[in-house]
Design a protein around this ligand. Structure first.
Ligand SMILES: Cc1cc2nc3c(=O)[nH]c(=O)nc-3n(C[C@H](O)[C@H](O)[C@H](O)COP(=O)(O)OP(=O)(O)OC[C@H]3O[C@@H](n4cnc5c(N)ncnc54)[C@H](O)[C@@H]3O)c2cc1C
Ligand code: SF4
Length: 335
């Protein structure tokens, strides 16, 4: 498959980049590592006349502590995340999730910003033009029908980025920079839940994601990321879950987050499960109850190889395992 023609720009600072965005309004694509974008362009799912690369903007490549936060520039590769001493020590769940993305080659160029802005996926959409043209165009690709649900004008393609559940569990926020405005918002609020335009940038906000800010977790926080995929060596998650718990050493949990990828058009936080766990002591019975509750909050549709029921079963196993890991609770069986 060949790439369509495009004109490539490499701005050397943010001002230049936002000026280009304004000049090419609607006709540009932002390219970070290009591991997802290049595939989409070859499949004719994105045809941008201009590509604006962020690779030569040094300000987007820092990882540092600032006051009580860790700041991660959006152009850090996933390898940079995995190898950063600050992240290894303070954000182990993020390190784990970044390490789970794709393969070593992919992680050496794929960026954390690209992972956060990753488009949703579907077995009827992420295909070549030739494959797709054998049936009616679905509504994510510009038509009116959905081949998964047979509904009109609604898309349930699935959010599958690995690092985002970990970032949301750590309460991350992001900085978005436009031509004449800069704003900060909670990462969870970045996602729209609409499979066609799953985040604010893809919806056309004309902004660049510049950095991620994460409050430095206190010493009594434990977290873990677990992922299930078909091919261990290289694959998107069918289900992924980040679990964070605070104060577990004090016996009674003070706070908890259970956040999924692979089960909806946006990352899904199991809020009832969170309420259930706060103030409780983690026991095998409670783990089972919380995992069952978390899964009852999921409504996956069949956008990949697995049925929704299979995904729910996997999610149950992953949450139980994650809760046992953070709580140091043994179920008496081998996994
Ligand atoms: C074989 C294969 C396996 C993969 N496996 C996984 C996996 O297991 N888990 C997973 O999560 N992903 C996976 N991916 C998807 C992808 O490689 C990663 O999500 C990667 O982190 C994307 O980052 P990138 O820098 O390459 O993004 P790009 O491809 O450059 O960009 C992705 C999207 O984000 C936008 N974008 C990027 N950076 C910014 C920014 N700073 N501001 C605004 N918009 C921006 C782009 O315009 C584009 O729409 C896989 C891809 C392939 C090809
Ligand atoms: S969920 Fe439906 S509309 Fe969305 S990409 Fe898949 S087939 Fe297309």
């Amino acid at each position: 498959m060949r790439l369509p023609e495009f004109i490539y720009h490499e701005p050397e600072n943010l001002q230049e980049a936002t000026n280009l965005i304004s000049e090419f309004n609607g006709r540009y694509g932002i390219i970070a590592g290009g591991t997802d974008l290049m595939v989409k362009m070859k499949q004719r799912l994105q045809n941008s006349q201009y590509l604006i690369s962020l690779d030569r903007i040094p300000a987007l490549k820092t990882i540092k502590e600032k006051a009580d936060n860790i700041i991660i520039g959006s152009m850090n590769t996933l390898d940079d995340i995995v190898n950063s001493e600050i992240i290894k020590e303070k954000l182990p769940c993020l390190k784990q999730a970044a390490w789970e993305v794709g393969s070593p080659l992919l992680r050496s160029v794929a960026t954390i910003g690209g992972n956060i802005c990753l488009n949703t996926r579907c077995r009827f959409y992420n295909q070549s033009y030739f494959w797709r043209s054998s049936r009616e165009t679905c509504c994510k690709a510009g038509g009116h029908v959905c081949h998964v649900t047979n509904q009109e004008d609604a898309c349930y393609s699935t959010f599958v980025a690995d690092t985002v559940p970990a970032l949301i569990a750590y309460d991350a926020s992001i900085k978005l920079v436009g031509v004449d405005k800069t704003r900060k918002l909670s990462l969870a609020d970045f996602y729209t839940g609409d499979g066609r335009m799953p985040n604010q940038i893809l919806k056309g906000s004309n902004e660049i994601l510049t950095e991620i800010e994460i409050p430095i977790p206190k010493d009594d926080i434990r977290s873990v990321y677990h992922k299930f995929r078909v091919r261990e060596s290289i694959d998107f998650p069918l289900v992924g879950v980040a679990v964070m718990m605070k104060g577990i050493e004090e016996k009674h949990c003070q706070d908890a987050r259970v956040v999924f990828t692979g089960v909806g058009s946006a990352p899904v936080e199991a809020k009832l499960a969170r309420e259930k766990i706060i103030g409780q002591q983690l026991t095998p019975d409670l783990i089972l109850e919380v995992a069952t509750m978390a899964v009852s909050e999921l409504h996956p549709v069949k956008t990949d190889l697995m049925s929704p029921n299979y995904k729910r079963g996997i999610a149950q196993v992953l949450v139980e395992k994650a809760l046992r890991d953070v709580g140091g609770v043994n179920n008496g069986k081998d996994d």
